[in-house]
Design a protein around this ligand. Sequence first.
Ligand SMILES: Cc1ncc(COP(=O)(O)O)c(C=O)c1O
Length: 344
Amino acid sequence: MKLHIAEMLRAQKRHISFHTPGHKRAGADITELPYSDCLVSPTGVLLKAERDVAQVLGAERSFLLTDGSTCGVFSMVDAMKARGVKKIAVPAFSHPSVFHACEALGVAIEPVMQDMVRGFPVQPASKALERALENADALLLTSPDYYGFFAPLEEARRLCDEQKKPLAVDGAHGSHLHFCENYAGKYADLWVDGVHKSLPALTQGAVVSAKNGWAEALHESVLKFRTTSPSYPIMASVEYAVKFPRNEKIERAAEEAKRDMGAVSNADWTKILLSFADMGGAERFLEAHGVYPEFNDGNYLMFYLSPCTKARELKKLARLVKKLPRREVAEDAPAGAIPMYEEG
Ligand SMILES: Cc1ncc(COP(=O)(O)O)c(C=O)c1O
């Protein structure tokens, strides 16, 4: 597929800038100009890019975001509120942006309890979803989660259909799944793809999408939260990342590496969870060898992969891990502290 935004940027002619940004340099970091389109009401390259992205993701409409998944979460909650949702069933270990959006927008939360097993929260069981949804007007799940597990999306869709309530999914960690059955967009009315996390997009690049008649409401909401100065490098990278081909070779290599290293058996190939006898020592040892994990929650080091991860990098990780004493996390171990989820 053609990369509309990148091609526009490449085809730019030199010009004198009496417009923002203040660095006044030619290059990819331009503002909205007659030839570069306008994200609020796109009619050119941005419209083409958003249409292609929607097609790839199976959406009625998709909106490019340069403000991270956070902007998408706020937009989804606002869209549901605009259509009469007053209370949303939300799993207890959702990202702070979900709670912040509900608080800021005056939407109540019906918590969905999550059990803790071996130090991480497990996705809520269908029964817990059903009970919570009975007391709420909508459901907002996270899938996959930071530990690489999928929410019971099929079940959630069935429950939402039965109760005629919308299903929203925070897919901040799942944009690489649009080729797969477990993709949020196959089930949700509204969903976010945190493209920058698991596909080759620049940090903050994300997409929020809608189907089943939610596109107009989502559009209205996106306009409230999205920046009016979108970054073209980020938008171009989101279009590139969504169109990036699947890399089944690295997916297979990741699953093999997980087995080889004795990682937690999770569902999402991009997240490898390993526990060590000395967590801090293991982290320092790996870093001294130039290997940096996504987080150390005290129970696990999590290694975040993408289609751009190289097989030789996985091999190096496996080689180093073999030198480190390991441990099993106990069934009843308390939750770890995921650094970026901590408030304040
Ligand atoms: C589950 C989840 N949702 C939403 C977000 C927010 O994403 P962003 O940092 O792109 O705004 C994160 C960030 O870590 C996350 O883990």
